[in-house]
Design a protein around this ligand. Structure first.
Ligand code: BT5
Length: 263
């Protein structure tokens, strides 16, 4: 299986993302694995694992990643940007995932900043981790988890998670991975080489699950109802609070929820 996946993915027409692919049967977390080997591998290296025993989300949350049920992968990049700009990489990943899945005729949307939604449920999450000193990025690890074949979810995930299979789409993990890698590289190169975020922001707007909706912004124990207005060029969310004031919210610091549930 590992070899089949690698062979299919080696036909990728990218410049550097996915030129080196490490495929594992099991690992704690593909992000943590890549972090351990990160200094010794070339930029664009991808780690894919059939299973993760300690898949993780933001702020120490768990990410359920059973064997061969989904795409559990991470890639390493070394962008020459200020560390403060690193959260934008999450939006590049989100934009490339919605673009890739819509190319495959799956109508997913982005729930800013790091969730991908299908039929109002979470199908994919992105976890971006930064290694930097005060002024320079050493590397960024972009972790992507997509539920592909899961037949059911238990506990708290039952109402909020879904898989491509559950929504009636039967696609191989390889096709999904190839499409995402190609879209990611295109947008990442635009951002780094051309220094433009325009196309990325316009994809995030076009496929947004939250713009023009009322949402709760959650920060720690605080929860505030606001109207989501737009994304600005930095990728921050512009919301209108209860007093009619416009505010800018940075990714990385909050979670958001819809009025009636997850979106
Ligand atoms: C995320 O965090 O959504 C980021 C998930 C990133 C996973 C990838 S898999 C490859 C790489 N290696 C890793 O170890 N991680 C990355 P967050 O926004 O914090 O959402 C986490 C929440 O999503 C959990 O608290 C659950 O409520 C929910 N969740 C857990 N597993 C899920 C799943 N398989 N599908 C949908 N929702 C899930």
């Amino acid at each position: 299986m590992g070899e089949i996946m690698k062979n299919k993915l080696h036909k990728l027409k990218t410049n550097f993302i996915g030129k080196n692919i490490i495929h594992l049967e099991t690992v704690d977390s593909t992000n943590d694995y890549l972090k351990r080997i990160g200094n010794g591998v070339e930029e664009g290296t991808i780690v894919i694992s059939d299973e993760q025993t300690k898949g993780k989300g933001r702020w120490g949350r768990q990410w359920e990643s059973q064997s061969k049920e989904g795409v559990w992968m991470s890639m390493i990049i070394r962008p020459n940007i200020e560390p403060i700009r690193a959260p934008f990489i999450t939006l590049i990943a989100g934009a490339s995932i919605v673009k890739a899945l819509n190319n495959l005729r799956i109508p997913v949307e982005i729930k800013w900043p790091n969730d991908i939604i299908l039929n109002n449920k979470k199908i994919c999450g992105v976890l971006t981790e930064l290694s930097a000193d005060i002024s320079k990025v050493n590397h960024v690890i972009v972790g992507i988890g997509i539920n592909v074949k899961n037949k059911k979810f238990d506990g708290e995930l039952e109402d909020k998670a879904t898989s491509l299979f559950k929504e009636g789409y039967d696609l191989s993990r390889e096709i999904i991975i190839s499409e995402i890698i190609c879209e990611f590289e295109k947008l990442y190169e635009l951002y780094i080489n051309e220094k433009t975020s325009e196309e990325i922001i316009s994809i995030c707007r076009e496929y947004s699950a939250v713009i023009n909706k009322e949402i709760y912004v959650i920060k720690g124990d605080e929860k505030e109802l606001v109207k989501c207005i737009d994304l600005n060029n930095e990728g921050n969310l512009i919301v209108k609070d209860n007093f009619g004031n416009l505010r800018e919210i940075m990714s990385g610091e909050v979670s958001i929820r819809g009025l009636k549930g997850y979106v």
